[in-house]
Write a protein that binds this ligand. Structure first.
Ligand SMILES: [Zn+2]
Ligand SMILES: [Zn+2]
Length: 546
C-alpha cells in the first residue's frame, strides 16, 4: 500500500491548479446540488472571463495532453485496433483557463457547425465517466484529489465515484491470519485468460479461490475521503459519489440507504454499480440470500423503488447470460434476458432511472450474445422502458463490441458489430452513457483504455450523438439527479423523520411491518415538498398552483 501511495504523491493536490475558493472552509459539508454549478469558479461558469487570445502553443499543448481517444490507432476504415494501446507518457499541465474553455465547448455546444468543428478538435477529447471505481477489492485506491489530477490528463470532465462494496478474502492460504496479496476476485494467473479457455473446471477453481463479503462501510469512507480532500466547489462539482455498500438481498437495504443519505447529506448522487448476476462474483459472494432475478428479487425491487422516490439513478450490473449457459447452449438464448426485462419493466422500477451496465450485461467471460443489439433495441423502444439507459463501460466489453476472433482464433476488427452498435446508439442517442469501468487506475492509460478501445465506434457516431453519449447524457441522467437528492435530504430526511419512521419500535404511517414501503415514502415525500412549497428539485413552486 505504501508504495502505491507514494508513487501517486506527485499527482496529489499540489498539482491541481485549483482556482481560489474560500467557500468550502466555512461549510465543508454543504450540499452540492445544482446551485454549485453556478459558482463562478466552476469549470463551466467562468468562460465569459476567458479571452480568445491564448497562445497557439498553449492550444496545441492542450490538444496534445488531453485527448482521451488519441492513441495512434486508426479507425475501422483503417482496420487496425490495437488490443492494448500505449499512450505516450504525458507531462505538463493545462491551464485552468484553457480547461474552462475546452469544457465549455463540449458541454454547451449545440449548433451543428460548432459540434462538427468540435469533433475535429475537442469533442473527442473530453468525456464524462458514468462508471468508475476508485477503490478495489481490499478498499485501497485513488483519492478524490488524485482522481481530479488524472481526469485532467486523461480528458475526463466529470466522473462518478463507485467504491467496490465487497472485500476479497482469498481462500486456502496456509496462514489465515496473514493477508495475502490478492486484490481482485480473479487470481492474477487467470486474469488474461481468453473466453474460450474458461472451462467449467477452471471456472470452478477461480470461484473457489476467494470469498467476497459485503462491506457496507464503503459509503461512509467515500464521504470521509471527500471531506478530507478539501476540494474547491469547482472540483467537487466534477465528482458524483455513488452509494454501493448495500446488501441487495436484505429487506433492510432501503432503510440503510436512507440512513446513509441522512448521515452524509450533500454527498451522494446515485446508487451503483450494484450487482445481481455476475460471472464468478455471484459464486464467490459470501453468505446466503444474495439477490437474484427469481426467488430473491423483492428486496432489491423495493430498493430500486426507494431510489426512485429519492431521485437517485441506479447503475445495475446484471450479466445478460451465464458462462455455464453459453458453454451448454451457445450464444442464442441469453439466460438472464427475460429476468432483467421483467425487473426493469416492473412497477417498482418504472419511476426510477435505471442504467444497465456494460452494454447490457456483457462480461469478461460472458460473451456478447447473438442478436444482442436487437435484444437491446426491443427494450429501448418499449414505451414501458423509457427509464432504462445503458452504459457502455468496461474495456473487456468494448473489445467484444469492436473486435471478433477469426477462424484461426486471431482477433480482428469487427466492422459489422461496430456498425450495429453505432446504429443502435444513433436510434436512441439519449439512452447510452460512456463509462470506463476503470478500477483504481495507477496510470492514465488504464483510465483511457475503454475510450481508446471504443474509438472506432465513437468515430461512427455523428458529432451530436457522440456528444450525447460522452457528455450530454451524463449531465442529464447523473448531474440532473443531484438537485432531487438534495431536496429529498433537506425536506424529507429530517431528524424527526429518521426518529419516527426509520427507527420506530411500532407501526408508522410509512410502514405496516418492519420495512418502509416505497409508495408510502413517496406520499410522505410529496407531502413534505408540498408543505415546503417546493418541487422535486427543491425549487419554489408558485402559490398560484396551490
Ligand atoms: Zn460491473
Ligand atoms: Zn464496474
Amino acid at each position: 500500500m505504501t508504495t502505491v501511495q507514494s508513487s501517486r504523491a506527485s499527482t496529489s493536490a499540489s498539482n491541481l491548479n485549483a482556482p481560489s475558493d474560500n467557500a468550502q472552509s466555512s461549510s465543508p459539508k454543504a450540499p452540492t446540488g445544482t446551485a454549485k454549478r453556478r459558482n463562478p469558479d466552476s469549470p463551466t461558469g467562468n468562460l465569459a472571463k476567458r479571452g480568445k487570445g491564448e497562445s497557439s502553443e498553449a492550444a496545441s499543448t492542450l490538444q496534445a495532453h488531453t485527448r482521451f481517444f488519441e492513441d495512434g490507432s486508426s479507425t475501422t476504415t483503417g482496420s487496425r485496433v490495437p488490443s492494448r494501446v500505449p499512450i505516450a507518457q504525458r507531462a505538463g499541465h493545462i491551464t485552468a483557463a484553457l480547461r474552462g474553455r475546452q469544457i465549455d465547448a463540449v458541454t454547451h455546444g449545440t449548433d451543428k457547425a460548432a459540434l462538427e468543428q468540435g469533433a475535429k478538435t475537442t469533442l473527442g477529447s473530453w468525456t464524462s465517466d458514468s462508471h468508475f471505481h476508485p477503490t478495489q477489492y481490499t478498499q485501497q485506491g485513488i483519492l478524490p484529489e488524485e482522481m481530479l489530477a488524472m481526469m485532467d490528463k486523461v480528458g475526463v470532465y466529470r466522473s462518478v465515484i463507485m467504491p467496490i462494496p465487497t472485500d476479497v478474502i482469498p481462500c486456502g492460504h496456509p496462514d489465515n491470519n496473514h493477508i495475502p496479496p490478492e486484490d481482485y476476485y480473479v487470481p492474477k494467473e487467470d486474469m488474461s485468460m481468453a473466453r474460450h479457455e474458461l472451462t467449467a473446471e477452471r471456472e470452478d477453481k477461480i470461484a473457489k479461490s476467494a470469498h467476497l463479503v459485503v462491506n457496507q462501510q464503503v459509503d461512509a469512507d467515500t464521504a470521509d475521503f471527500m471531506d478530507m480532500s478539501g476540494l474547491t466547489d469547482a472540483q467537487r462539482d466534477r465528482l458524483d459519489p455513488m452509494v454501493t455498500g448495500l446488501h441487495l438481498g436484505s429487506p433492510l437495504s432501503s432503510e440503510a440507504l436512507l440512513k446513509k443519505l441522512h448521515k452524509d447529506p450533500g454527498t451522494f448522487t446515485g446508487i451503483g454499480e450494484v450487482t445481481i448476476h455476475k460471472e464468478l462474483v455471484e459464486r464467490q459472494f459470501d453468505g446466503a440470500r444474495q439477490a437474484n432475478l427469481t426467488d430473491n428479487v423483492q428486496p432489491f425491487k423495493d430498493l430500486i423503488a426507494t431510489a426512485g422516490v429519492v431521485g437517485m439513478p441506479v447503475v445495475l450490473h446484471c450479466d445478460v447470460d451465464s458462462t455455464d449457459n453459453q458453454r451448454k447452449n451457445g450464444l442464442g438464448a441469453p439466460q438472464h434476458l427475460d429476468g432483467i426485462k421483467k425487473l426493469l419493466g416492473s412497477p417498482e422500477a418504472k419511476n426510477t432511472t435505471m442504467v444497465w451496465a456494460h452494454f447490457g450485461g456483457i462480461g469478461r467471460f460472458v460473451a456478447k450474445p447473438d442478436n444482442h443489439m436487437e435484444n437491446l433495441r426491443q427494450i429501448l423502444r418499449d414505451p414501458e422502458m423509457k427509464h432504462v439507459h445503458v452504459d457502455i463501460s468496461w474495456s473487456r466489453v468494448a473489445r467484444q463490441i469492436v473486435m471478433k476472433q477469426n477462424a484461426h482464433g486471431v482477433e480482428e476488427p469487427d466492422p459489422a458489430s461496430i456498425d450495429a452498435a453505432a446504429k443502435l446508439i444513433t436510434e436512441f442517442p439519449d439512452r447510452f452513457l460512456m463509462g470506463s469501468d476503470a478500477l483504481d487506475p495507477k496510470k492514465e492509460e488504464t483510465w483511457a483504455e475503454t475510450g481508446n478501445m471504443y474509438k472506432p465506434l465513437l468515430d461512427k457516431l455523428s458529432p451530436e450523438v457522440r456528444h450525447q453519449v460522452t457528455i450530454g447524457n451524463y449531465e442529464r441522467v447523473i448531474v440532473g439527479a443531484r438537485a432531487k437528492v438534495r431536496a429529498f435530504e433537506k425536506h424529507v430526511l429530517t431528524n424527526e423523520f429518521m426518529k419516527r419512521n426509520v427507527r420506530p419500535s411500532g407501526p408508522t404511517p410509512l410502514r405496516d411491518g418492519p420495512h418502509i414501503e416505497p409508495e408510502k415514502l413517496r406520499a410522505a415525500r410529496d407531502a413534505a415538498f408540498a408543505a415546503a412549497g417546493v418541487d422535486e428539485r427543491g425549487e419554489p413552486v408558485s402559490n398560484a398552483t396551490h
